[in-house]
Design a binder for this molecule. Structure first.
Ligand code: WT7
Length: 660
């Protein structure tokens, strides 16, 4: 991966074709600058008119931004609306009823197309089914489902009745699921019997059973099971119901529950710098507004587009750019159940060609692994596929290195598609810093400029602005409609994590470092400034993995750091001290495997350390603090040239340098 020094020197600039620019929703930098000027001049007026134009309100709002209880900001608070109404009913009213909403492709290749009318019916029936179980406004519903039309239906149905959903990614373990069910106080879990990935059937319902058996989930009254494979996964009488049976006798008319714009649409757990995940709470009105605006601005969405976001609904990208944004703008979208390498690593390119996708949005990790695969097997090289339907590409989740950007640009976009490198976070609800495809000159590796109305800046630890060319801390100086509202159950942690006193208490701290180019003002993200890792675009807290490791009976102490990785961006490297003597050779290999499996069970396979090194102890200061900075260097295999005079036990560095 290119390091920040090479990125800073990146001078290649790419522009959209004149034809693209001409037809773009935001066409040219003058248009972008004019929007930024509007926002700067009348910040609230800017957002209010967009909210009036884009959302359909049952009762119009009169308040715009309420800062009286900062940083617990409110947007459009006295307006009433329903997110599912805005995504579905509106499309029935404006001529999209028979338009395809979702082209679903299963792992094995079966394709199902669902129109807006059909999706609306399914959502209404399921919403009525949920109501028949006594689920009502503000109840929390955990969704633990595979990529499916039913997963989207479940989310939309919750939105329709005002229940707050919390989707848990299907790769999380029973224990992670249980923690989230408890923290959210869920009354129902919606799941599938199994999920299918790469031809394999993997458990879901059984993991739900395990999670509930771990205890503390007594609030859960029902488990609703979508039958994906039809496998026999057991039924707990009085608790478990089949989705098909629940909806069978329900009416397909369901009056939406009109909720305040601030009503929590969903909670999504993400990793922070401490051991417990944070329940990021999002609003209804502000969130949906941003989902729509970014579909229009960043993705330049048009009625004929076939939009494909390859994310999973278990992550925020799958919320904003699968479950809500594309539907709210009446688009046709592809939803894919499987993995990019099954039946072979040409799957994405084959699907783009077959479904004539026009906009393709994926993660740098996927691109990097597909580059490798294409190099290894020319039969699945993207050059062999007809990708001429594509007009726009996007990247999300982690920095994209210029080499991967160039490959994406050449081999997928055929030098004819702008690439939007979208920087954002679970907390921001949607894109924050990204090129506008018909306006912003693109520089490989840079997410370029903030969207209109987003007051992003780079400051030092005291909150003072830094000049362009000087790296610092990325902040957002004004609240924006789709921002995180609070951390569920933990408002204090919300304040401390995102609006720290040191920055004045009202400035949003993103948790990333960034630098702006002295010439263009473009932003480049330099990586997290906290103990959060980004592995294949998945966010992992080092403390979370450490807690899982020390919970193993053999482990006395553990420290986890990130290590740059060619494919996954970062990989997890764990330094472990056992309660017994330090293992070597085969024994070390065997214990490392056991610990890896343990972490997979505690958190999920995505948290497995790639590398585990055993030591007699860890490098610590005399006051007992683990020196992670040194561990990072050791993990990278770099020489330690800094002053180590504060180190209690310098000899340990040699041992950990090449320890197994
Ligand atoms: C973290 C947020 C973005 C939604 C999915 C991930 C990193 C994200 C970019 C980008 C450089 C990026 C940041 C951020 N990140 N997009 N385009 N360039 N870094 O959401 O799991 O909340 O992770 O992902 O470090 O803070 P998330």
């Amino acid at each position: 991966m290119a390091d920040i020094e090479t990125l800073k020197q990146e001078t290649r600039v790419f522009n959209a074709s004149d034809a693209f620019k001409e037809n773009a929703t935001i066409s040219g930098m003058d248009a972008y600058n004019a929007m930024c000027a509007d926002a700067a001049q009348d910040y609230e007026g800017f957002w209010a008119s967009l909210a009036r134009e884009n959302l359909e309100w049952k009762k119009p709002f009169t308040q715009i931004l309420d800062e009286s209880n900062a940083p617990f900001y409110k947007w459009f608070d006295d307006g009433l609306l329903n997110v599912s109404y805005n995504c579905l009913d509106r499309n029935l009213e404006n001529g999209n009823a028979d338009k395809i909403a979702v082209i679903f492709e299963a792992d094995g290749g079966q394709v199902t197309k669902v129109t807006y009318r059909e999706l609306h019916q399914q959502v209404c029936k399921f919403a009525n089914g949920l109501k028949s179980l006594g689920i009502k406004k503000s109840d929390r519903v955990v969704i633990y489902m595979p990529m499916s039309v039913e997963g989207i239906v479940a989310m939309q149905a919750c939105a329709r009745i005002g229940a707050t959903h919390s989707v848990v990614f299907g790769g999380f373990s029973a224990k992670s699921l249980q923690e989230r069910i408890i923290d959210a106080g869920a009354v129902t879990v919606i799941t599938a019997d199994q999920q299918v990935r790469g031809g394999k059937h993997l458990p879901l319902k059984i993991i739900v059973d395990e999670a509930l058996a771990l205890g503390g989930c007594e609030a859960v009254r029902n488990v609703i099971v979508y039958q994906r494979t039809g496998a026999d996964v057991g039924v707990t009488a009085g608790r478990d119901l089949l989705m098909s049976e629940l909806v069978a006798s329900q009416s397909d008319v369901c009056e939406p529950e009109w909720v305040s714009a601030e009503h929590p649409l969903f909670i999504l757990y993400t990793s922070g710098s401490t051991g417990t995940p944070k329940g990021v709470q999002h609003s209804s009105g502000g969130y949906l507004l941003w989902a729509m605006l970014t579909m229009k601005w960043t993705f330049d969405i048009k009625p004929d587009d076939i939009f494909w976001c390859t994310a999973d609904i278990g992550w925020v990208t799958g919320h904003t750019y699968i479950a809500y944004g594309p539907l709210a703008v009446g688009a046709t979208e592809i939803v894919f159940e499987g993995i990019p390498t099954f039946p072979n690593a040409g799957r994405f390119w084959d699907m783009i060609a077959r479904h004539k996708a026009t906009i393709f949005y994926t993660a740098p990790t996927a691109i990097r692994s597909l580059i490798k695969a294409a190099d290894a097997d020319e039969k699945i090289h993207p050059d062999r596929y007809d990708l001429s339907s594509l007009r726009l590409l996007g990247s999300v989740g982690e920095p994209i290195n210029p080499e991967a950007w160039m490959w994406y640009y050449k081999h997928i976009g055929r030098e004819n598609c702008p690439i939007v490198d979208t920087f954002w976070q679970t907390e921001t609800g949607g894109h924050m810093i990204t090129p506008l495809p018909g306006a912003t000159p693109m520089v490989p590796g840079s997410c370029t400029l903030p969207l209109p109305g987003i007051m992003a800046a780079i400051v030092d630890e005291t909150g003072a602005d830094l000049p362009n060319g000087q790296g610092g801390i990325l902040v957002v100086k004004r609240p924006w409609p789709s921002m995180i509202r609070t951390i569920w159950n933990d408002p204090e942690r919300f304040k401390k994590s995102y609006f720290p006193e040191e920055l004045g208490g009202k400035t949003y701290l993103a948790g990333d470092g960034a630098i702006r180019s002295a010439e263009t003002g473009n932003f480049t993200i330099t990586g997290r400034i906290d103990d959060v890792l980004n592995v294949s675009g998945h966010r992992m807290g080092t403390m979370e993995i450490e807690s899982a490791l020390v919970a193993h009976p053999l482990v006395a102490e553990a420290a986890v750091v990130g290590k740059p990785d060619e494919t996954t961006g970062e990989s997890i490297c764990a330094f472990v001290v056992l309660k017994r003597s330090r293992p070597t050779g085969d024994e070390a290999k065997q214990i490392a495997k056991e610990l890896r499996d343990w972490v997979a069970k505690e958190i999920g396979p995505i948290a497995k350390p790639k590398e585990i090194r055993f030591g007699d102890n860890l490098p610590k200061t005399r006051s007992g603090k683990i020196m992670r900075r040194l561990l990072r260097l050791l993990a990278k295999g770099e020489a330690i040239t800094q002053d180590i005079s504060t180190l209690e036990n310098p000899a340990i560095l040699d041992q950990l340098k090449d320890a197994q």
